[in-house]
Design a protein around this ligand. Structure first.
Ligand code: GLN
Length: 514
C-alpha cells in the first residue's frame, strides 16, 4: 500500500484525497517511508522533516473532514530545494557557511506552499549556492541518479529532480539560473520548468545571480508541473522584479494540449545553433523521433536562426559570477551563518571575514566569486559586465525574431544523457559549462522553458526542451502536454514509469566519488 501511493502523480493524489480514498497522512507517510528506504543510497535530501510534514498532513485531513474548502492540491506532499528559505527548517544552500542556519522567516513561496496545505517532506540537495551541473558541488555529498546510480542527476537542482524521479516526492521545487531545473529534469526523465523571469517570487530564495534566477516547478508529468507552477506564481510586493500580470490557467493549457489535434498548425522552431549535430547520437535520435511524432500529429517544423546564441555562454559566465560575487558578499561571519576566527594573528572584522569565507565556501563558489569580482572591478566593468549585458539584448532580439516564425522553439535540453561522477574534477570543467548551451539563453532573455522526457538513449532519459516568448508559459504546457502524450503512447508508457525500482539494492555495492 504505502509504496503504491508513491507511484501516483500529484494530479491522481489530489483527486484521491478529495474523493476520500486515502488521507494525506497515508500519502505523506508513504513518501517518508520511501525516502527512508532509498535516500541512504540516493542522497536527494539534506534535511527530512517527518514531524512537520505529518503535522501538516493531519491538519489538512481534519480540515477536510470538517468540510472546509481546501486548495485542490492540499495534502499532496512536496520536496523543496535547499535554496528556498523555510522558517524553522534548516536551510543551507548546500554550503558549510549556512550549515546550521535555521531561518527566522519564510520565502514567499514557502508561505504559499504552507497556506495551500502541501506537506513539506524536506529540503533537497543541490550544488552549493546553485553553482554547478551535477550536484557534486554540494558541501554535504552528491546525489545519485535513480536511473543509474553511477551517474549524476544533473544540477544544480539534482536532489529535487532525483526525489521526483525516484518516487520520493510527487512534486518538487527547484531553481534555474542557467538550466538548473531543466538539465536535471532531462537527466532524470522528469518535467522541469523555468518560468518567465518575475513570474514566481524570488523573496526568500537564496540569491545566486538575481537577474537570471527563477524558481521552477518539477514533477513527473507536465500536468503536475503546471499545478505546482499555478500554486507558486503570482505577484509579490516583496520582490521588486515580480510581475503583476494575472497568472494564466496552466492546467487549462495542459487539458487543451492533451486533446486530439492540438498540435495541428502549431509551428515548432528547431534552433539552428542548437542543432542536433553537436549532440550525442542517442540524444539526437530521441529528439528527432519526438519531433517526427509532433509533425505526424500536425505540427509544422521550421528552422530558426539565432546567431547571437554563439555568445550566450560567454555572456552568462560574466553576468552570473558578477552578480553572484555581489550577492555572496553578505556571508561575512558577522550577522548569520558560520563564523570562523583566524588561527593566529589579530581578530579583526577583516580577518574573521577572511577565515569564515575560506572555511565556509567550496572551490566552485570561490572560483565564481573571484571571476565576478574581477569582471566588476574598476576599469573592467564596461569591458566585461557591460559587453555581456549588450549580448543579452542581442539574444533577446534574436528570440523575438524567432518567435515571429514559430510558436515555440525546440531543442534537445542537453547534449548528452546523465554524465558519470567525477566530471567536475576532471581536467575539462569547460565540458560541463558547454553542456548548458541550450538552457542558458532562456535565462539571459527572461523567457520560459520546459524540459520534458522524450524517451531513452541506452536506457537513460533524454530531455526535450520547449521555449516560449515571455509571459507565454501556458504555451509550454499546451505543447508539452501534447508531446508528452505522443511520446508515452509511442513507448506504451511514460518515460518516468521506467525508473529502475530495484536500484536501492543494486546500488548498495556501488561506490560513487563523494
Ligand atoms: N549549470 C549552470 C551553472 O553552473 C546553471 C546553474 C543554475 O541554473 N543554478 O551556472
Amino acid at each position: 500500500m504505502s509504496n503504491d501511493l508513491t507511484r501516483l502523480t500529484a494530479a491522481q493524489l489530489s483527486a484521491g484525497l478529495r474523493a476520500g480514498e486515502y488521507s494525506s497522512e497515508d500519502v505523506t507517510r508513504a513518501h517518508l517511508d520511501r525516502i527512508e528506504q532509498t535516500d541512504s543510497v540516493l542522497g536527494s535530501f539534506l534535511t527530512v522533516e517527518p514531524e512537520q510534514a505529518l503535522a501538516t498532513a493531519r491538519d489538512v485531513d481534519s480540515r477536510r473532514a470538517a468540510g472546509e474548502e481546501l486548495h485542490p492540491y492540499a495534502g499532496v506532499p512536496v520536496s523543496v530545494k535547499d535554496v528556498v528559505v523555510t522558517e524553522g527548517i534548516r536551510t543551507t544552500a548546500a554550503s558549510r557557511i549556512l550549515e546550521d542556519w535555521i531561518p527566522p522567516y519564510d520565502a514567499t513561496i514557502s508561505t504559499r506552499i504552507k497556506d495551500a496545505g502541501l506537506p513539506i517532506l524536506g529540503k533537497t540537495n543541490m550544488d552549493e549556492f546553485a553553482m554547478g551541473s551535477t550536484t557534486e558541488h554540494s558541501a554535504f555529498g552528491p546525489t545519485c541518479n535513480p536511473w543509474d546510480t553511477t551517474t549524476v542527476p544533473g544540477g544544480s537542482s539534482g536532489g529535487a529532480a532525483a526525489s521526483a524521479a525516484a518516487f520520493q516526492a510527487p512534486l518538487s521545487v527547484g531553481t534555474d539560473t542557467g538550466g538548473s531545473v531543466r538539465q536535471p529534469a532531462a537527466f532524470t526523465g522528469t518535467v522541469g520548468v523555468k518560468p518567465t523571469y518575475g513570474s514566481i517570487s524570488r523573496y526568500g530564495i537564496i540569491a545566486m545571480a538575481s537577474s537570471l534566477d527563477q524558481v521552477g516547478p518539477m514533477g513527473r508529468t507536465v500536468a503536475d508541473a503546471a499545478a505546482l507552477h499555478q500554486l507558486l506564481a503570482g505577484h509579490d510586493p516583496k520582490d521588486s522584479t515580480s510581475l503583476s500580470d494575472p497568472v494564466p490557467d496552466f492546467l487549462a493549457a495542459v487539458e487543451a494540449g492533451a486533446r486530439d489535434g492540438s498540435l495541428t498548425g502549431k509551428r515548432l522552431g528547431v534552433v539552428k545553433q542548437l542543432s542536433a549535430d553537436d549532440y550525442d547520437a542517442g540524444v539526437r535520435t530521441a529528439f528527432t523521433a519526438a519531433l517526427d511524432l509532433a509533425q505526424a500529429a500536425g505540427a509544422q517544423i521550421v528552422e530558426v536562426d539565432l546567431p547571437s546564441l554563439s555568445y550566450a555562454l560567454d555572456a552568462y559566465y560574466l553576468i552570473m559570477p558578477s552578480e553572484a560575487s555581489s550577492n555572496l558578499a553578505r556571508y561575512d561571519g558577522m550577522r548569520f551563518g558560520l563564523r570562523v576566527e583566524p588561527e593566529s594573528g589579530p581578530v579583526t572584522a577583516e580577518t574573521v571575514m577572511a577565515a569564515t569565507r575560506a572555511a565556509g565556501f567550496g572551490a566552485e563558489v570561490k572560483r565564481r566569486i573571484l571571476l565576478g569580482t574581477y569582471a566588476l572591478s574598476a576599469g573592467y566593468y564596461d569591458a566585461f559586465y557591460g559587453s555581456a549585458q549588450k549580448v543579452r539584448t542581442l539574444v533577446q532580439r534574436d528570440f523575438a525574431a524567432a518567435f515571429e516564425q514559430a510558436d515555440v522553439l525546440v531543442t534537445p535540453t542537453t547534449p548528452t544523457t546523465a554524465l558519470p561522477f567525477g566530471m567536475e574534477d576532471d581536467a575539462d570543467p569547460m565540458a560541463l559549462y558547454l553542456g548548458d548551451a541550450a538552457t542558458i539563453p532562456a535565462n539571459l532573455a527572461g523567457i520560459p522553458g520546459m524540459s520534458l522526457p522524450a524517451g531513452l538513449a541506452d536506457g537513460m532519459p533524454v530531455g526535450f526542451q520547449l521555449l516560449a516568448p515571455a509571459k507565454q508559459d501556458a504555451r509550454l504546457y499546451e505543447v508539452g502536454a501534447a508531446i508528452e502524450a505522443l511520446v508515452s503512447d509511442a513507448a506504451g508508457a511514460p518515460v518516468w514509469a521506467g525508473v529502475p525500482t530495484e536500484y536501492a539494492a543494486d546500488a548498495a555495492s556501488t561506490t560513487t566519488s563523494a
